[in-house]
Design a protein around this ligand. Sequence first.
Ligand code: SF4
Length: 381
Amino acid sequence: GQCVAVCPTGALSEINNMHKVWAALLKHEKHVVVQVAPAVRVAIGEMFDMEPGSITTGQLATAFRRMGFNGVFDTDWAADLTIIEEASELIHRIEHGGKLPILTSCCPAWVRFFEYQFPDLLDIPSTCKSPQIMMGTMIKTYYAEKMNIAPEDILVVSVMPCIAKKAEVQREELRIGEMKDVDWVITTRELGYMLKEAGIDFRTLPEGEFDQILGESTGASIIFGSTGGVIEAAVRTAYEWITHEELTDVNFRQLRGLEGIRSAEVPLKDMTLKIGIAHGLGNARKMLEGIQRGELDFHAIEIMACPGGCIGGGGQPYHHGDFSIIRKRQEAIYREDAGKPKRKSHENEMVMKLYREYLGDPYGEKAHELLHTTYTAKEMI
Ligand code: SF4
């Protein structure tokens, strides 16, 4: 039988979908598309003897085309979409006296942990689906319509730094009707094995581009791969929406770093946004217990199960506890962000076009129907 692992360290056995992906690519019966998460591009090079922290975004796009995918998309696009929804939700909660703090919800290992461990706090997580799931939903609705392909003829493959993402796609709460948003997840390591199997010399690949309409990304979406990045991306957008002023320096350095628990205050016109960040489940538990006891007071918190965030995910090339490798991956993430012409999610033109053409208002009715989810208290059996 299949073993669905949620272990963020990757110690449990994982569902292996590599052969299914090859079979689908060889058969040509379905329209097979791929998406790749931000943290993958700063780590996969290590499997091909490249320096930790090498940025391989363009090589990945080319590698996917050579493997035969019909659509090559960037989870970063959906990370920008996630920020539009999450920043809207934060502002909505602040303005309407909603539950605070809002807790980021893109880490499925963490989501599962609090469903078991903190059932009394189920109203704090953002209801936003994670970027990998938002991308799957948009592929099987918006993209399917645009391409005139029946959603059931599309297979969505995700390349993720994460073992828990394999379990996330099995969540009943995330189905669109009967359909799964994402069909198969492979990890960074598994993609590396597949490229080796196919004899693709990753190091010498020319740089390619992702396909539009789901390929544009801003610097804000790339930093999702690091601890502190999701909340920094949300602040960049919330700042402009709350103050109605242009944010000229997008670098919120007080939110960055690798300490297990961090907090920061970001002054906005008439208020100060109080932010908490934790990574690693032990640190996360400490922070949530502080909130439960009323000792910690934040507007927004970001929690990631893996040390360093997704750059240190259980599906990444092994780093054997060497934190200097995580640090190099993290530096690469912020380097890639700094090099982008656009660094705020609401500047992603393809995401804003999606709202104009298909979704309507951010955090509106259709966005709720497609991009939001629910959480359920779960008991150990
Ligand atoms: Fe997966 Fe990232 Fe969460 Fe780790 S921190 S379990 S890699 S989503």
